[in-house]
Structures are given as C-alpha cells and as structure tokens.
Design a protein around this ligand. Sequence first.
Ligand code: WTA
Length: 652
Amino acid sequence: MSENIESVLHEERVFNPPEAFAANARIDKARLAELHEKAEKDYEGFWGDLAREEIDWHKPFTRILDDSNAPHFEWFNDGELNVSYNCIDRHLETRGDKAAIIWESDEGDSLTITYKDLHDRVAQFANALKAQSIEKGDRVVIYMPMVPEAVVAMQACARIGAIHSVVFGGFSAEALRDRINDAGAKMVITADAGKRGGRTVPLKKQADTAMEHGCPSIEKMVVYRRAEGDVHMEDGRDVWWHDAIDGQSTECAPEIVDAEHPLFLLYTSGSTGKPKGVQHASAGYLLNAALTNKWVFDLHDDDVFWCTADVGWITGHTYIAYGPLAVGATQVMFEGVPTYPDGGRFWKVCQDHGVTVFYTAPTAIRALMKLGEDIPRNYDLSRLRLLGTVGEPINPEAWMWYHEVIGGGRCPIVDTWWQTETGAHMIAPIPGAEPTKPGSCTTALPGIMADVVDDDGNSVDPDHGGYLVIKKPWPSMLRTVWNNEARFRSSYWEKFDNKYYLAGDSARRDRDGYFWIMGRIDDVLSVSGHRLGTMEIESALVSHEKVAEAAVVGRPHDVKGEAVVAYVICKGDRPTGDEAEAMTKALRDWVTQEIGPIAKPDDIRFTEGLPKTRSGKIMRRLLRSIAKGEEITSDTSTLENEEIIPQLQGKA
Ligand code: WTA
C-alpha cells in the first residue's frame, strides 16, 4: 500500500444536527434508515423507485441496471427523456415566476432570471444552435465566464441533445485547443472577455489562438458580448451571440433522447500528461444531481442556494447548471472572486441575496479565515442555515471557523466527497439526520456502497488506511473516457478486476464507520481546489525548448491546500543566480501559456538529476519530503544517484 496511507488526524468532536434544523429537514433519521435499508435489500428497486419519482420520463424505463457490458454500466436504458425539460419546463406551471438564477456580476450589479425567462433564453439559444447546424450528438465546447449565458448554453445543448464540454475560463489557449481536438468539437461558445476581480480575461483572444494552432473540427464560434472590448470576428466562422438569437423563437421542443445519451464531457486530470474526457449520461446523472440537492443540501422551495464554483468544474455542473434547476430551486450565480473588491464580498453576496445554503471550497474558507473574523461580522449572515464544502479535506480549524463565525454555530456543515467521475455527492452527511465531525465527510449516501479496502480488495479494519472504492455501480457514474477505452479501464477498473470502482483517493474509516479522506494515491494535486495532474505540468515544462526533464510534486500550503513544486533539469548547464531567476520566470510564464495560471509552479528548483530507482522510476515520495523540507530518514541507498540529494535540497 502506498506511503501516504497513514492517518494523522485525531479529531474527537462530534456535532449533532441542531434540533431546529432536523425538525424541518427533508430527510430525518427514520427516513434515512429506511433509504439505507431499501438500498441494501433491493438495490435496483431502490434506484428504480427514485428514478420514477425524481425524473419526468417521456418514455418510462423497464430496465434499471444493465451490466451486460461492464464496466460500462447502463441505467434505465430503455427509457427516454430530456434533461433540459426536467430542469426547466416541468417547473413552468408551478414556478414560472420563481427566480431560478440571481446573478451578481463582478462589478456588483444583479439580475434575476425566473424559470420562465430561463426557458425562453434556453429555447431561443437552442434554436440558434440548430440554425448554426448543431445537431444531436455534436460536441460543443463552452469557454465562458460566469455569466448566466454559460448555463443557458449548457441547457440549450441538453435541450437539443448536443454534448457540451465546458472548458474552465482559466485554462490557456493550448489547453483549450487540446480539449477541442480530443472531443472533435464543431463549435466553441465563448465571450469577448470575462470579468474577474476587476480584471479582464481575454477569452476570445485565447480562443482565436487555439484556432490558429489548429482546431480542424471547429466550424463556428459564438461570441457573447460581456466586456465591450474590441475583438476580431472571423468571417464565416464567428457570430455574435446576440445576432445568433436574433429572430429565433422562444419555443423549442426538447429533443427526446435515450437515458444513456451522452449529456456532457468534462476533461479532468489523471496520472498521465493528457486530461481525460469524462463522459456522463443523461438520466443517471440527472437523478443523482437532483437527489443530492434534496438529500445533502436539503433544498426547500424557499431556499436561496449558492454554490461558488465555476461552471468549468464538475461542481459548477451538478450544483449550478443542473441540480438546483432540476429541483426547482432559486440559486445565486456569482461572476467574481471572494476578495474583490475586498475580503467581505462572499458575505456581502450572502447578505444581499438572503442566501440560506452556501457551498464553497476549503481553500476559500482558509483564505477568508486569514483575513479575520471582523470582516464577516460586518454582514448579516442570519439567513444561512446550512454550509457545505468540497474539493479537498477541510482541516478541523477551518471547519470550526466556518461553523462558528459564518454559521453562527447553528448551521450544520456538509463536507461532500465526490469527483468529476462520480457526477454527484457520494460520501456526505444528511444534515438533519447525521452527526458531523470536523474533517470527516462522514458516511456514504444511501445506495452508494463506498468502502476502504487493501490491495486484495478486502475491507480494512477501522482506523487503517486503504483505497477508497465504490463497490456497486450508481446512476451518475462516468460511462467512459471519451475516445479512450483503455484509459477508462486502467484508471478505474483494472485494479479490482472490474468489480470495484477505484476512486484514486486513500482513506480510512473510524470506529463509527466515518470516512476520512487522506489524499490521492496517484499523482494528482489539489491546488486551490483545482484538480491538477503533476504529469500534465511536467509535460508542459518538458515541452519548453530549454528543459530536458522535470518532476512535479505538491507541498502542503496553508491556503491553497497544495503548492506546485517543480524540479527541473535544463539542457546544458544548470542555471544559477540571475540566469536561474530568469529561467524561473520564463518557465512560470510557459506553464501559464500551456495550461493556465492555476498550474504555475510556486517553486522551481534547478538540478542536474532527479532521484531515480535503479529501474529508472522517479522517487516522488522522496521529492515530496524534500519539497516539504523534511529530514530524509528513509534508506536512499537503493537510488541510482544518491549523490543528487544535496542539490535537490538546495544544499549544493
Ligand atoms: C478531492 C471535485 C476530501 C478528492 C468534486 C477527489 C475531496 C478529488 C473532497 C476530485 C472532500 C473532493 N474531502 N477530498 N470533501 N471532495 N475531494 O474531480 O481527492 O475536481 O478524488 O471533483 O477531489 O476532484 P474533482
């Protein structure tokens, strides 16, 4: 078992659901027990009943789980539906005038979009897509800032059965091009620019660069005007969003698709240099997205939900673009950043829009915690009733601050463990029914058979580390890695003979069965809540003309979670002094250009060699402890080049 599976946290505090909260919760203790029991006794019946209750089917299904092509599991596969219909149209009669999205811009203006408005915007844009010859099954890349049109574009794709692939606006032109080409996308939807924290992000310009560097499948680019800046519009290829919708009807019959029709691709990092196109299917994804908004976020009709994620990540898909809409909720969508114009921005948005359920990442909590309690105390946060976190383990200190300072001690905290691949929350508390412990994502949701196992797939004893696995398929699981069947199998299924889904995290369970996530077992980092593959950064570095070899590891960072440390071997002599400084800057810029600013190394150390085993494998564990500045206690005599260590430590 890998070296990072050693548990270090000993947290004894337990917080019971507050009575006032429990009294009104959608799921109480008795209902939770019932759900677990049903899932244990009749797994398929459990999911089948929920799928009938939560989804409006155009044609009902008769088959629940089809495992004949495992590990490509299929769910409800003889049923038919439309996801956009389920997120919008079915609410029109009862909630047409209810706010679906309350958008707040970077500058602080706000805009309320009702379900009826959302319907009209989505239908109109769906018609525009059709007019630009987008058809069912075509891939459409969405490279947008956090404006409502990003959600409109996603929903419009779902409405006509096109498959969207959202690329985070913080990714570079090169990263965009790679994702476009892997997906074979016909269209890019972007904006002239984005606004974030008072700065302008030149999205269109980056998309143009991507096109120049070769995106042969792209036929059209739709450009939403956000920033009023001057951009180049390519004749015959580029069309303004406002021109594309001009004259289009606000009625567009939803395209009815099979339950398994691909809803979207979302590229995510793994252990190799190339990101994986995680593919989700329509009905199964919709089901878990809707259910978890009810079970974990306990969304009621009068709640105002706010998920602070960007739509470029899975969190922004499931808890902005689909889930809250599927359950008919009101949500806040925010364009800006937590610290602009000052560190009170999140709390001001909560106050101004009466947010009741707030979902963010530990890195944001830590950053805001550093600014002190006086800032949040200036705002009225009394409407908040539930808080959530996602993306990495939350340290108990930040958990307690969140609980006391933001939640006033009255709001349960749901620490939600899940992944791009799982589509929706997997391990998380049901807030009105389960006690929480700071730092633990608690227990698996009903119907999610999560466990911690050893190399042979046997459950480990309490408080022992092991591999986090899910032992039965679930509806919102990924269906495949786009264009890469081999990677789908090797990343998730081969380790346990196609029986268990391998999450790639290590974890332990305590004596109460609570899960504590310990970290990744592969070379994936979580930097400010963004999932980054060390190999991706390494390949970017090595593609620089002066770099011969590179190894990237994470180092713990008190705000970002992890910082990126790169060990670099240059062609020719090892740079020192001014030359090293100039090279550091050049490489940081290079990585920004190749992947995006989020992947920029915090620290670059030049060396003449990397620690390797005699079989030529880089000893990442050793690099990690060197990056942390730890004393080296392990035996390094098995290294091929032990003499390199002082140089790596900066001692030579
Ligand atoms: C980590 C984000 C601890 C984990 C939804 C996982 C977490 C990876 C938690 C997925 C949590 C996510 N506690 N770790 N509550 N939530 N992670 O695909 O390592 O961007 O495998 O999905 O984030 O990252 P992804």
